[in-house]
Design a protein around this ligand. Structure first.
Ligand code: PXG
Length: 471
């Protein structure tokens, strides 16, 4: 006992208590070269990646700063996708790195059930202030996928506590992406993400997607055609009966399946039909949240307020995993009516509101606010649109679509080899110093919101060259 005490005292005596100095000392690690050794490549099962192809020619990132990545071989890449749609304030912001390091020294982990810590409440209050309408309570998670599962569970539990337990059905949408957990792949509409995993959740149905090249190719912003596609929800209500439907979940703008911008009036219609039938509307804002469209959330941009709203990615600038679900006041309040002292929602994660994530998120929100980054995205969306649509006429380009600081460029697939053309463009862009995302034969661009006009020109200039070089 006393031995342990002495050694603790000795350790702390030898430590430099100045957090700044400690952080600096501890973050200056020599970069490891071992990641490129053959055996290390073998052990890691890389997600959503053809592992054998990747390991034959690995692309490893060593460093990042602002708009750029630096590869292990020293080559620089302009980041045209904000990591995976998450690094909205640009990479390695000092304020965020310092906040994380300080927090790690001050308190690494706070027990998350029956206990908490002040930054969790501070962050929740900030988010409640930011989110539109009465979306003023937040349940914290660690990722977009967990946010989706959480939102579906809250929807079910909400109906149950109100005596409408028969509402168990979810309506998703074709081409929807809601992460990779069982609820998310069930309501999601990507066959590749579903077919390996059996029956998933039952009682799920899907709306048609809104993508239509015949009517909407080369639309700028929201396409004019397609609001009527929301009427399919009335059809599903007729088929299943409203009393069996808990919630509709959609991405206000579908990102992962290739930048599908909602037709004018479509989201408003979904909202009205949900209201009419007592169905909850969930917006999955994992990509669209935190300024991507030039407004805090897509709900603000489109002026349509959902009942629940998922978030992740940009909440912490990608620096520490974090997510959350915002819920409307009425939903939260409905849970707070039961007997005192009982757990209102049997749900939560060891790392819900993790202190490091909260510290990162608070520092991130400070940057968004101080640098007015959402407005910056709005201001740049015009030049961005012009630059994107200037690619029209280049080889194989069959559609260009855009909204906020997002653009989708769709290529005609090679006969019998879908996806290979865009993948070749991805490789050609990398050779020329630009990182883009491709999904199937669609190129998705979503740079950090700190992108400059010159960098916008650079992105589309390199992409144009790459498109010209790929047959
Ligand atoms: N919902 C939406 C709308 C998403 O876009 C998730 C949920 C899942 O988030 P997590 O944090 O569990 O991955 C996402 C994730 C891409 C791409 O290239 C998009 C995502 C993830 C990886 C790649 O489009 N979105």
């Amino acid at each position: 006992m006393s031995g342990a005490k002495t050694s603790t005292a000795d350790t702390s005596k030898n430590r430099d208590k100045s957090p700044k100095k400690t952080i600096a000392a501890q973050t200056q690690r020599a970069p490891s070269q071992s990641a490129t050794a053959r055996n290390d490549l073998d052990a890691y099962w890389v997600p959503f990646t053809p592992n054998r192809q990747f390991k034959a020619a690995p692309r490893l990132i060593a460093k990042a700063k602002d708009m750029h990545y630096e590869m292990t071989d020293g080559r620089k890449l302009l980041d045209g996708s904000a990591g995976l749609w998450c690094v909205n304030a640009g990479h390695c912001r000092d304020e965020i790195a310092d906040a994380i390091a300080l927090q790690a020294h001050e308190m690494d982990y706070a027990t998350a059930f029956q206990m908490s810590h002040p930054k969790a409440f501070e962050l929740a209050s900030r988010l409640a202030g930011m989110a539109p309408g009465d979306l003023d309570h937040v349940f914290f998670t660690n990722s977009g996928s967990e946010s989706v599962e959480t939102s579906l569970k809250i929807a079910l539990a909400y109906h149950k506590i109100r005596g409408e337990g028969s509402r168990t059905r979810f309506i998703g949408r074709e081409r929807g992406y809601h992460g990779v957990n069982f609820g998310g792949i069930s309501v999601g509409g990507i066959v590749g993400n579903r077919k390996q995993f059996g029956n998933m959740l039952n009682g799920v149905d899907h709306l048609p997607h809104t993508h239509n090249l015949e009517h909407n190719a080369f639309s700028r912003g929201q396409p004019a055609w397609g609001a009527h596609l929301a009427d399919a929800l009335e059809g599903l209500v007729t088929l299943h009966d409203a009393s069996t439907i808990a919630a509709v979940i959609v991405e206000p703008m579908a990102g992962s399946t290739g930048v599908l911008v909602p037709p004018q009036g479509y989201l408003e219609k979904l909202r009205a039909i949900c209201d009419k039938h007592g169905i909850l509307l969930i917006f999955d804002e994992v990509i669209t949240g935190f300024g991507r469209l030039g407004a805090p959330f897509a709900a603000d941009y489109f002026g349509v307020i959902p009942d629940l709203m998922t978030m992740a990615k940009g909440i912490s600038n990608g620096a520490v995993p974090m997510g959350g679900v915002m819920v409307r006041k009425g939903i939260y309040d409905a849970f707070m009516n039961g007997p005192e002292g009982t757990i209102e929602l049997f749900h939560g994660y060891t790392y819900s509101a993790h202190p490091l994530a909260c510290a990162a998120a608070l520092a991130t929100l400070d940057i968004y606010e101080r640098d007015n980054l959402f407005q910056r995205a709005a201001d740049l969306s015009g030049p961005w649109e012009e630059a994107a649509h200037a690619l029209r006429g280049l080889p194989n380009v069959i559609d260009i679509r855009n909204i906020g600081l997002v653009a989708g460029i769709e290529l005609a697939p090679r006969p019998g080899a879908p996806g290979t053309r865009a993948y070749d463009v991805f490789l050609e862009c990398q050779k020329r110093g630009l990182l883009i995302r491709v999904t199937g034969d669609i190129i998705a661009l979503s740079p950090p919101l700190i992108v400059s006009q010159a960098q916008i020109e650079e992105i589309f200039g390199i992409l144009a060259e790459a498109l010209r070089s790929v047959a």
